[in-house]
Design a protein around this ligand. Sequence first.
Ligand code: NAD
Ligand code: ZN
Length: 349
Amino acid sequence: MKALTFQGIKQIEYSEIADPIILHDTDAIVQIQLAGLCGSDLHVYRGHECGLDHGTAMGHEFIGEIVAIGKGVKQFKKGDRIISPFSTNCGQCYYCQIGLTCRCVHSHLYGWVAEGQGLHGGQAEFIRVPFADGTLVPLKENLSDEVALFLGDILSTGYFCADQAQVKNGGIYAVLGCGPVGLMASLSAIKLGAERVYAIDCIPERLKMAEQFGAIPINYKTVSPIEKIKAATEGRGADAVLEAVGSDITSRMAIDIVRPGGRVSAVGVHNSQQFPFSPVEAYDKNLTYSIGRCPARHYMEKLMDEVPTWEDDISAIISHRLALKEGSHAYQIFDQKLDHCLKVIFDLT
Ligand code: NAD
Ligand code: ZN
């Protein structure tokens, strides 16, 4: 089959790799129809996350149709259309039972093969899904393919970010980053009743998209977000900060923007070994800090009936719909934010 494979830092190749096969009774093989390119793929692409084998199929956002199942798969059959979260989960263990599906004891990230172990990703024609019954969700007719694709990652992650921030009616929030994840966090905060959402980035078209959703854009290169938000809240700061970048600069900015007694909800993937603020600062702010991977499988079910009405906003972020063979170019423009690239999806139909 064809796949976008990792061949080293900033090297993505459209290449031929072996078709996936059923390895365990609980596996399914899915023929991919739509796949996404995510900010998380960039950590590997840029060499900030290391250890991936050359030849690994990239990507973890996909929807498609089941073409084969193992003997132990009970909930699905050949021909079913499905959505997958970006990591697999068994559906049985302690963490699956409490809704923290991203910490399933059998969890694997798609698109991560190291020293021959792990799972190939979804920027490919086919994919093997372990624990298909626990991982997959049927793609119902009420959902468009694009919303279904985003439910598996960026939409669930953005909503999770707002949920962890305990967004409430009437509150004032700041969202750091207006990439696909930050935009979904802004949209979720607004849908959850936020009175004001300040959306912070420096890329004009991304800020414009946030404004279209109802947020107040702040270009941090021209205006100080801290000063602006403090001035708008009698000097207090935001009730919560939703961090959707994953850097020391934004972690620091979050602490400076949040009010005493407020929350920071961080979903940006962080690669630092230390927080850029001290326990003293956290103590003096009575800070609550939530951080981590989104349990997308849990949020997919929770959001499935609600998000079809958000369709227009959600689909508006797709800037490029490309063939898989254009993958190398897609990584380049998404990485460097060229050609007004905001979200790339690959159409394999
Ligand atoms: P992206 O690269 O498209 O977006 C990041 C945005 O942050 C860009 O628009 C960039 O201009 C902006 N930015 C950079 N520095 C900034 C600063 N100092 N202040 C404000 N904005 C700044 O990526 P994305 O797809 O939106 O993903 C965002 C992050 O979310 C990534 O780290 C990704 O790995 C992570 N992520 C986490 C989860 C999870 O489960 N926690 C899931 C999906 C993605
Ligand atoms: Zn992702």
